[in-house]
Every structure is written in structure tokens, then in C-alpha cells.
Ligand binder design. Structure first.
Ligand SMILES: Cc1cc2nc3c(=O)[nH]c(=O)nc-3n(C[C@H](O)[C@H](O)[C@H](O)COP(=O)(O)OP(=O)(O)OC[C@H]3O[C@@H](n4cnc5c(N)ncnc54)[C@H](O)[C@@H]3O)c2cc1C
Length: 272
């Protein structure tokens, strides 16, 4: 049985290769892993204890058979931890705690799904696309980047070969829609006609400002929106309360841990 409860495991890197500005890292772990799209791992593997804390990365894919598992991550180098990760090679050890957090929900009454990824946020929404594909649900993907080179490679995009399914957006117009992913989403929402078939749901991950704009555009149309929030986190499993965000529950503002109650939240509850 694949494990689905959080565990600390010693992994071994199988490959860690760069493609454009993104790295894709596959790691062998002792047992196969079952995860919900949106869940993540706390990862460290660099020699020494600087930086001290592991870094959160969304689980991109998992595989394997009994007694042997694999897990994959996609990441962008933004600072010291991710720079050190990018310098690791096949055969190097990696320490992982996974799967962590509360992932996306896929209620049966939502039949059309739009997945929105800003920047490296695609690493969180692509697993959701794979899950929707497996259950033969209808989905479209909106990907936003500053420029063409900051979009994920085409062969990473689930369903990318199907016309009309993937909306690429670049701020400088070098690929796809000329403008922000939220502008493209607003245009698509303008053309969207609720059908008797079921509700539209949006799953989004990216910069907070992008998520806020997605929520503002879609919530008034009674579209269900789930957002995966990013926050600095120290432990990753709910102990330190270092990653809290303000949400509204039953009319009351409360703090919830991004690592434990999140990272996926109902956009109606987030205090933007
Ligand atoms: C649940 C979750 C899932 C994530 N999944 C992925 C993923 O799949 N791929 C990926 O590339 N990144 C992902 N991230 C972001 C990733 O964790 C950070 O980029 C990483 O921790 C940066 O570490 P660093 O040591 O390289 O940078 P640092 O030196 O710690 O920071 C460099 C810069 O990045 C900013 N930064 C660092 N961490 C965060 C954060 N969590 N949120 C916002 N800004 C931050 C810092 O403020 C600073 O400006 C995820 C974050 C969370 C919370």
C-alpha cells in the first residue's frame, strides 16, 4: 500500500536536471507515495546545516511499485536553499518529510475545471490536471510568465496537445496571450456561459496578488475557487505556527497554518 500519512524518509536523487529556468528532480524513496495534488514535501539535502531549515516543494508526481517509490519535484532557483538543491546530483541523499498539508478538493458537483499557474505555480496545478485527466474531467490550463523562457517546457504541460485547452500568457507578449494570466482569465470568464452541466471550479497557485485577482474575478460569478498559498515555513507540519495566514471562518477572522490547514484554501475564506 502506498503511504499517504506524513513520514520522514531518506531518499536518493535519481536525476536533477535543469530545463530553462526550472529544475526537475526525481528521487527514489523507500515506499510508493500516494498524495493529493497541492500537497508538498519539506526537502533538504545540502551538506552542513546552512540553511538550517528544509524548503517546501509541491509534489509534482509520484510513482513506483511495492518496496520502491519515486517522487518528483519541479523548482526554480530563487535563493540559497534552491541553489544548493540545484547543485545536487544523481546518487546524492535527500531528506524528505511528505506528504504534507491539505491539497485540492475535487467535489463531484464541479464538472469544469480551470487551472491557473503563475510562475512556478504550475508545479502545484499540473498534478491536479493529471488527476482530472485520469477521471476524464474537462479542464483548461492558464499559465502565466513574464516572458516565453519562463514558461514550462511544452512537453511538461498536461493535455498540451489538445487545441484550446492550454492558454499561455506572457507579460511581454513573446508567447501566447499578450498580458497577465489574470487578464486572460477575465477574458475567458467573459465568454464563459454557465451550462446545466455543472459548476465551474478554479484551482490556482502563484503569487499572492495573482491569486487575489483570480478570486476577485471569479467569486462574484459563483465560481468555486481554491488557491494554494505560499508562505515561508519552518517546520512544515503545523508545530511552529510560522506560516499562518488570516482567514475568515463563520464571520470571524482567525489564523490558519498554511502548512497544515493549507496550503490550499477556499478563496472565499482568505483575508486578502
Ligand atoms: C506549500 C509550498 C509549495 C511550494 N512548491 C514549490 C515548488 O513546487 N517549486 C518551487 O520552485 N517553489 C515552491 N515553493 C516555494 C519554495 O519553497 C521557495 O522558493 C523556497 O523555499 C526558497 O528557498 P531558498 O532558500 O532558495 O530561498 P530564500 O533564500 O529562502 O529566499 C529567496 C527569496 O524567495 C522568497 N521566498 C522564499 N520562500 C518563499 C515562500 N515560501 N513564499 C514566498 N516567497 C518566498 C524570499 O522572501 C526571498 O526573497 C513552495 C512553497 C510552499 C509554501
Amino acid at each position: 500500500m502506498p503511504f499517504r500519512r506524513p513520514r520522514f524518509v531518506h531518499g536518493k536523487i535519481l536525476r536533477n536536471t535543469g530545463s530553462g529556468i526550472f529544475y526537475r528532480m526525481e528521487v527514489a524513496i523507500p515506499e510508493p507515495l500516494s498524495f493529493v495534488p497541492g500537497q508538498f514535501a519539506m526537502v533538504s539535502g545540502w551538506p552542513g546545516n546552512d540553511p538550517l531549515l528544509p524548503r517546501p516543494l509541491a509534489i509534482f508526481r509520484s510513482g513506483g511499485t511495492r518496496g520502491k517509490g519515486t517522487v518528483e519535484f519541479v523548482y526554480k532557483v530563487v535563493g540559497r536553499g534552491t541553489a544548493l538543491l540545484s547543485g545536487l546530483h544523481g546518487g546524492d541523499p535527500l531528506a524528505l518529510t511528505l506528504p504534507l498539508g491539505h491539497g485540492f478538493e475535487f467535489p463531484g458537483e464541479d464538472r469544469s475545471w480551470w487551472l491557473v499557474g503563475g510562475g512556478v505555480g504550475f508545479s502545484t496545478v499540473f498534478p491536479a490536471a493529471a488527476a482530472l485527466d485520469a477521471q476524464r474531467s474537462d479542464f483548461e490550463i492558464f499559465l502565466g510568465a513574464r516572458t516565453r523562457d519562463q514558461l514550462p517546457p511544452g512537453d511538461w504541460i498536461p493535455g498540451g496537445a489538445i487545441p484550446g485547452r492550454v492558454h499561455l500568457c506572457t507579460d511581454d507578449g513573446t508567447a501566447g496571450f499578450f498580458g497577465s494570466v489574470t487578464a486572460a482569465l477575465r477574458e475567458r470568464l467573459d465568454r464563459w456561459k454557465p451550462s446545466g452541466k455543472g459548476r465551474l471550479a478554479i484551482l490556482a497557485c502563484g503569487p499572492r496578488e495573482m491569486l487575489k485577482t483570480v478570486a476577485e474575478a471569479a467569486l462574484p460569478l459563483d465560481v468555486r475557487v481554491q488557491v494554494s498559498l505560499e508562505s515561508h515555513m519552518a517546520c512544515g507540519f503545523g508545530v511552529c505556527w510560522g506560516c499562518v495566514t488570516e482567514v475568515r471562518e463563520g464571520g470571524k477572522a482567525v489564523y490558519r497554518r498554511v502548512c497544515k490547514e493549507g496550503p490550499v484554501f477556499d478563496a472565499r475564506e482568505v483575508v486578502w
